[in-house]
Design a protein around this ligand. Structure first.
Ligand code: ATP
Ligand code: MG
Length: 404
């Protein structure tokens, strides 16, 4: 088989010419053999990090103590990692000091799953010491070595295993399933950043529902920081595959679990401000949407993108059918197109006009008149021009019984 990873070949070649061993390893080899798109090609080598740096002009020492150097070659970045043994996490958070090795064997042994412990040399030959290819043929996620020991070294491997189930549609080996069940509580020791990263990917996999099923079966779900554990069955009919963003997937996951308050959750899971804001908005609008159908004003306020996202969330949860959602999305588009303006900036007046016309000082009334005017304009009850709005404002003041 010809070596399939284009420019990575040149990086490997340069290391080989300098007398070192070098291979493509890990996810790239796995994904290539599975016929999946390959994103980045990681390289494992017998050269030590400082030696790697000598042979390339552009390198970034991204994890020298763990043996990783990023090599910039022809505009692409390759992570070149020195063969190493053990990658345990004594405190479950930070990798232990590693031992650099001069042979590939030891390096493959420290990897998590058989399908991730494959290497390919420049001639295209696969090095497969643990039956990774056969496990891929039978679609099974199996750990390298003794699952109990491997989980104890790094419990994140349980979540990674279930994430691969979600992504690849494989099943989890029976020994792994037992070991996960026995060691589920070790998940509590992990840093939330690592847990969140794997969970986010798990939810994005085409087989997320199966993976969530495993979280329940192995009791791992009980050891994730969730105040609401939900019911496994509640996820059976959930269509994660129709969702288009991380925020939508998390919203569905949390909505099915029954979350309505998100602040504590987002804090505990160390979410970014952007993720928290997006999920919070989706859950809030979902709640509003459950109480009433779309109106011009609602679409204007949340913007069509969010409205469509909420419809996807509702369909994923089974609150409406695909056909109903299609129809609703057309309604949303129609309502948006019917809005006389599409942002506050387009309003013909602003706060200063109302202050001037009323001769009053600002206060809460100002926000409320601005919103009322905006709503009247958006809904087509009021023309978007100063004189009409001024007239409308006189009536508004009388109606509000404001002592102007
Ligand atoms: P993807 O890039 O699709 O997530 P990947 O397999 O490349 O898949 P990475 O997290 O990029 O996953 O890790 C690269 C390789 O490093 C893996 O294929 C695996 O061999 C090894 N690896 C990663 N994390 C662990 C871990 N926690 N324990 C043992 N080996 C690991
Ligand atoms: Mg990778």
């Amino acid at each position: 088989m010809a070596f399939p990873f284009g420019e990575a070949a040149e990086v490997i070649q340069r290391l080989e010419r300098a007398g070192y061993l070098a291979y493509a390893v890990g996810g790239a080899v796995r994904d290539f053999l599975l016929g999946r798109p390959v994103h980045d090609v990681d390289i494992a080598t017998s050269a030590r990090p400082d030696e790697v740096c000598q042979f390339f002009n552009k390198t970034i020492p991204i994890g020298m103590q763990h043996g990783t150097v990023a090599v910039l070659h022809k505009g692409k970045i390759f992570e070149v990692t020195t063969f190493r043994s053990e990658q345990g996490y004594d405190d479950f958070r930070h990798p232990n000091q590693v031992h650099f090795e001069r042979t590939l064997d030891r390096d493959l042994m420290r990897r998590d799953f058989t399908m991730n412990a494959l290497a390919m040399d420049l001639s295209g030959q696969i090095i497969d010491q643990f039956g990774g290819q056969s496990d891929m043929r039978t679609k099974i996620v199996r750990m390298v070595g003794n699952p109990e020991e491997r989980i104890n070294e790094d419990p994140l491997r349980m979540l990674r295993g279930m994430r691969f189930v979600a992504e690849l549609g494989f099943t989890l080996g029976s020994d792994e399933r037992e070991a996960f069940t026995r060691h589920a509580s070790l998940l509590e020791k992990l840093s939330m950043e690592r847990v969140d990263q794997e969970m986010t990917r798990l939810l994005a996999g085409p087989n997320a529902v199966q993976a969530i099923g495993l979280l329940y079966e192995t009791h791992c779900i009980e050891h994730l920081p969730l105040q609401k554990k939900g019911q496994r069955e509640a996820f059976n009919a959930i269509h994660f595959d129709m969702l288009q963003s991380e925020a939508e997937r998390w919203s569905v996951f949390l909505a099915v679990l029954g979350y309505d308050q998100l602040d504590a959750f987002a804090g505990r899971w160390k979410w970014s401000g952007a993720r928290k804001k997006a999920v919070k908005k989706l859950l809030r609008v979902l709640d509003e949407r459950r109480r009433q159908s779309w109106s011009r004003w609602m679409v204007y306020k949340v913007l069509p993108e969010t409205a469509y996202a909420v419809e996807r969330v509702r369909t994923a949860i089974g609150e409406e059918t695909l056909a109903q959602a299609d129809e609703t999305c057309q309604l949303i588009t129609g309502l948006w197109n019917a809005c006389s303006i599409h942002s506050t900036k387009e309003l013909a007046v602003d706060g200063r006009d109302f202050l001037y016309w009323s001769g009053r000082k600002g206060g809460p009334w100002l926000a409320s008149v601005l919103e009322d005017a905006e709503r009247a304009v958006v809904c087509g009850h009021l023309a978007n021009e100063r004189s009409s709005i001024e007239q409308w404002f006189s009536a508004w003041q009388k109606e509000q019984k404001m002592p102007f």
